[in-house]
Design a protein around this ligand. Structure first.
Ligand code: 15L
Length: 277
């Protein structure tokens, strides 16, 4: 695929996903403008520049996005934390990203998460139009980001691909991730498709490889031109039986994120939507 003709802003560049994309996309000839709150941990590859900014700084985000045609937004808090810790980077930061995208007429690839729907039971198979059921404040911030994207599409024609990322890991560490795994190669190809598709509107993509145990089904991948080529299935023998000791974590798609500050004893959330399950 031909690299984007304009520079691409990548937030969260120093994190796991950011470092993967920096290495792989520059090797494909992309010009990347990287940013993170913490320094980039290794030497910068050719084609990448780095500026350390805070997503809460609206002017800094706007200035850094100048001239970019695509924003890969993977910055912010990526674990379950207090509302106060998530508010600035994820909610306010997300708003700054969308304001910058609106000004630049840039497309956004928004790093959403399976934790936006983490309170579905594992036996429920979800399509892209399912109700959002966040499993904590982190998942809630991703649900907000998805709605922010929809607002900016409907009011300002800012295009977005909302990737509900499963687990981006070199290999599968446990039984749950047999359902949520996305290989590095599938993930990088997905990002290439997000950049290359002639139009994306505001679409949701399940960010997972071709796993037979997947919790997820329909999305707009045909329109995007993406087909995952890998599968966690090959690794099943090694990890089947590697589970937590929490019945709550094992019951819900979000796994361990669900049990942070979980106070119910009756497993009732699923009973809120009996007709959907
Ligand atoms: C996420 O959203 C997290 O950022 C990542 O660290 C993993 O925990 C992943 O979800 C997951 O659910 O496996």
């Amino acid at each position: 695929m031909v690299p984007p003709d304009k520079p691409v802003l990548l937030t969260g560049a120093s994190g796991t996903i950011g470092r993967l994309l920096t290495e792989r996309l520059t090797a494909l000839g992309w010009t990347l403008r990287l940013t993170d709150l913490v320094p980039f941990p290794s030497p910068l590859p050719t084609g990448a520049t780095f500026e350390r900014i805070d997503l809460e700084d609206r002017t800094a985000v706007r200035d850094l996005a100048k001239g970019c045609g695509l924003i890969l937004h993977f910055g912010g808090v990526s674990t379950e934390q207090s509302f106060e810790a998530i508010l600035g980077p994820n909610l306010r930061g997300g708003f700054h990203i969308y304001e910058a995208a609106r000004e630049e007429k840039a497309r956004v690839v928004y790093g959403s998460s399976n934790h936006a729907v983490g309170l579905y039971e594992r036996s429920t198979i979800l399509d892209d139009d399912c109700l959002l059921r966040p499993d904590g404040f982190y998942g809630l911030s991703k649900a907000y980001g998805e709605l922010l994207a929809r607002l900016y599409w409907e009011k300002h024609a800012v295009e977005s691909v909302l990737i509900r990322i499963g687990s981006v890991l070199p290999e599968v560490p446990d039984e749950r991730i047999l359902s949520t795994w996305i290989s590095h190669n599938d993930f990088v190809r997905l990002i290439e498709c997000c950049a290359a598709a002639p139009s994306v509107g505001c679409m949701v993509m399940w960010g997972a490889s071709n796993n037979s145990r997947s919790f997820w089904r329909r999305d707009a991948r045909d329109r995007l031109g993406w087909t995952p080529l890998d599968s966690a299935d090959d690794q099943a023998d090694r990890v089947l039986g590697r589970v937590t000791d929490s019945p709550v974590a094992e019951r819900y798609q979000g796994g361990k994120f669900v049990i942070v500050d979980y106070t119910r004893t009756d497993f009732a959330p699923s009973a809120m939507f009996p007709d959907k399950e």
